[in-house]
Design a protein around this ligand. Structure first.
Ligand code: ADE
Ligand code: ZN
Length: 329
């Protein structure tokens, strides 16, 4: 069967990373910005490895200069998500790229993104919530400023705080002030860990930042005691198999640890991370997981149930999405 119309919940999606290449090229042309080093000759995002991926990602964000650009970006991304059956998504938003962490500018960008999300909900039936995200390789001081942006706009549409970027730099605990600030503002917490950092990075995230979800977290598989801890405590992993395969963490979907983590009782969910960068969509993720592990409707229904339970939205929104999932089952 095709998984395209199967209703899906996606928890781990970077807004800039989901920008369709044609959209970025269009903006670059409008603004006279040269993006030769961002795309290959076929027009796809081009990168050699994780570090280069982060550089290309940041280069592509140069075309996104105003709240209006982010309004258009949000609509373009949600169109892609809705086409792939996503009915609820959470997206990482970066005040670093939206006004340079200035709270007043950030509020203007946020207003534009929320308007776009409301329009998409009315027109395409997809619900979006935002997770304000600091960028690890920009360092703890900038993360504090990002957390203040998050705290100033917490509640309602902004439901969480997170961290992406280069896991190789610093320790999770260096960012504790930012995460404490966000928690005190009522935000729910997630951080990238156990992607390019090993199991120790996941232990640090749980102990030092007290997050309830982990972005990726797949390298827990290298530490059986940690797998047990994750299973017992119910920490939810936002697993992005296609991203991990594209960035060379695992040679294939079949070699990916998502099925082993799930069998060990860890709460896993499925997302795309930065779909056009990794030549994926939620439909493709489902197709590849079906092929690799023979997962079917029961498996994907169970994964969606875990994802909506772990979503950072309010209870009313959660109930509405659960009803939509159940109607489709
Ligand atoms: N930012 C965007 N995608 C990312 C990833 N896969 N890991 C860390 N930071 C990111
Ligand atoms: Zn990510």
């Amino acid at each position: 069967m095709s998984w395209k119309d199967f209703p899906k919940v996606e928890l781990h999606l970077h807004l800039e990373g989901a920008a369709p290449p044609a959209f970025v090229r269009g903006l670059a042309q409008e603004k006279g910005i040269n993006l030769d080093r961002v795309f290959d000759e076929r027009g796809n995002y081009a990168f050699r490895d994780f570090t280069h991926f982060l550089q290309v990602y940041e280069a592509a964000t140069q075309v996104l200069k105003t709240p209006e650009d982010y309004r258009r970006l949000t609509l373009a991304v949600l169109e892609q998500c809705a086409e792939n059956g996503v009915i609820y998504a959470e997206t990482f938003l970066s005040p670093d790229f939206c006004g340079g962490r200035d709270v007043i500018a950030w509020k203007e960008y946020l207003h534009a993104m929320k308007e776009a999300a409301q329009q998409a909900e009315a027109q395409m039936g997809i619900t979006l919530r935002g997770i304000v995200t600091c960028i690890r390789h920009f360092g703890p001081d900038k993360a504090r400023e990002t957390a203040i942006c998050a705290a100033e706009t917490a509640g309602g549409w902004i439901t969480g705080f997170g961290m992406g970027g280069d896991e190789g730099l610093g320790r999770q605990g260096d960012f504790a002030w930012a995460f404490d600030c966000a928690r005190e503002a009522g935000l729910r917490l997630t951080t990238h860990a156990g992607e390019f950092g090993g199991p120790e990075s996941i232990r640090q995230a749980v102990q030092d930042l007290k997050v309830e979800r982990i972005g990726h977290g797949v390298r827990a598989i290298e530490d059986p005691a940690l797998v047990d801890i994750l299973a017992e405590t119910g920490v939810v992993l936002e697993v992005c198999p296609g991203s991990n395969v594209a960035l060379g963490l695992y040679p294939s979907y079949g070699a990916h640890p998502i099925a082993r983590l799930r069998e060990a009782g860890v709460k896993v969910t499925v997302s795309t991370d930065d779909p056009p960068f990794f030549n994926t969509t939620m439909t493709r993720e489902y197709e590849e997981l079906e092929r690799a592990f023979r997962w079917g409707i029961e498996d994907f229904t169970a994964l969606n149930a875990i994802a909506i339970d772990a979503a950072f939205c309010d209870e009313g929104t959660r109930t509405g999405i659960k009803e939509k999932l159940e109607q489709a089952a």
